[in-house]
Design a protein around this ligand. Structure first.
Ligand code: BJ8
Length: 426
């Protein structure tokens, strides 16, 4: 690692030793899981580079942006509108993490039976290993599940720049009004942070930038309908994960480049696995870097993942924002309408999500669905039962997996996944 990065991390207050061990773990896992895959598209080279520099070059870029007066906003949820941040000269980065860290310390703040995603975020703060969190000028927490809601109360004692966004729990007119009001309040807070007033032009440009990012990922999703699958689920997940860190324009260009390559592969019937390999749709909790356990198990057990019904996946990117508004107010309405469609399991009732999972299964020619619930995540684990029922009604096989970030249950999960894949072959 270059000395320049080490001094940058020191300036950010990272624990250099702990951070080095995290980077070693990340590098090893990446090598074992991603670089051993066969027939990877050449365009994945860009994502390999991004991952090798995820705490290096990208952080340097963010620090340079800060020197030029730009602000960095960190978020834990796809409900935080990137459009508003961009329009006010700020960069939005994702802060969720997918590995256990400093767990003993974490359990001084959170009960043991808290989901791994929340614990991990605390672990990265307490262990001083997340340069994104440390470079953020504002950290946005949102009132989604009870776990996050209460955890942010404790996080407030660990950081001095926490902003809480309230969110509705029902898709009613009142729920939409609440979201619109909260987005207005967020807009005011971001303008105050950056000292930049959002204009119709800046908001329109930001909407276009984010739409382009989402469209590129959507294009990638559509190409995964092909059999043989032109890209592995692991690589597609990686692109979805990088969405939360990368420079938006560069990300869009890189994903579109991969899509060009995939189109050629599809023409030549070239795939990452032979035709008729069992095809899986994953549905459920988001998977943050480096949470690659379940996809890795699935794709080393004789199946290929063809879609993710997840916030790090289609739930996060599927809807675009109308960019036809001619005033800030109209554009804010369009942003509200777009985000109000996100069918997170914190909503009740959440029929749209059930229908969307069935739709996705058909659209991607999936043979079965694996529902991924993080242990202690009540919204998704409880909703996995209606999901399974909705799929059963359509004769779509479903396997419900409940797990965490640890590898202790990997053997057991693999056995269940293998049995499920065998059943799909019958
Ligand atoms: S919009 S899915 S990103 S809240 S896994 S912390 S739900 S107990 S992450 Fe999410 Fe926004 Fe919804 Fe998406 Fe709670 Fe469950 Fe943990 Fe979760």
């Amino acid at each position: 690692m270059s000395n320049e990065y080490v001094s940058m991390w020191k300036d950010l207050g990272l624990d250099i030793e702990a951070h080095n061990s995290l980077l070693t773990f990340l590098g090893d896992a990446y090598k074992d899981i991603f670089l051993t895959q066969k027939e990877r598209p050449e365009g994945m080279g860009y994502f390999d580079f991004v991952m090798s520099e995820v705490h290096g070059l990208r952080i340097k870029e963010l620090m340079d942006e800060k020197l030029q007066g730009r602000k960095i906003i960190g978020s834990y949820c796809v409900f935080v509108p990137e459009e508003i941040a961009l329009a006010a000269n700020a960069t939005l980065v994702g802060l969720c993490s997918g590995a256990d860290f400093a767990m003993e310390e974490v359990e001084r703040y959170l009960p043991r039976n808290t989901c791994a995603l929340i614990k991990s975020s605390f672990g990265f703060k307490l262990g001083k290993v997340c340069p994104y969190l440390e470079s953020a000028d504002m950290i946005v927490g949102e009132n989604t599940c009870d776990g996050k809601k209460k955890a942010y109360e404790s996080l407030g004692s660990l950081v001095d720049n926490l902003y809480i966004m309230d969110l509705p729990q029902m898709k009613s007119d009142q729920g939409r009004d609440l979201l619109r009001n909260e987005f207005d309040r967020f807009k005011n807070a971001v303008e105050e942070l950056t000292g930049v007033a959002i204009t119709e032009d800046s908001l329109k440009d930001a909407v276009k930038t984010v739409n382009a990012k989402r469209s590129a990922l959507h294009r990638l999703c559509m190409l995964r309908k092909a059999d043989p699958a032109p890209i592995s689920g692991l690589d597609a997940l990686l692109a979805n994960q990088v969405f939360f860190y990368d420079n938006p324009a560069r990300f869009t260009e890189s994903v579109n480049k991969i899509c060009d390559e995939l189109e050629k592969r599809i023409e030549k019937k070239q795939g990452v696995a032979p035709e008729k390999t069992p095809r899986i749709l994953i549905s459920g909790c988001p998977m943050a870097v480096p949470n690659w356990k379940l996809p890795w198990i699935i794709e080393t057990s004789g199946a290929v993942i063809v879609g993710e019904e997840s916030c790090v996946g289609e739930r996060g990117v599927r809807n675009l924002t109308r960019d036809s508004g001619t005033t800030v107010d109209e554009l804010m309405d369009a942003i509200t309408d777009r985000y109000f469609k996100v069918d997170c399991a914190i909503f009740t009732p959440n029929q749209d999500r059930l229908e969307h999972i069935v739709e996705m299964t058909k659209a991607y020619n999936a043979d079965g669905v694996i529902h991924y619930g993080l242990q202690f995540c009540h919204p998704y684990i409880m909703e996995s039962i209606p999901v399974e029922k909705a799929l059963e009604e359509k004769n779509i096989p479903c396997l419900r997996i409940e797990t965490d970030y640890g590898m202790e249950d990997a053997g057991q999960v693999k056995t269940r996944v293998e049995a499920f894949i065998e059943q799909l072959k019958d």
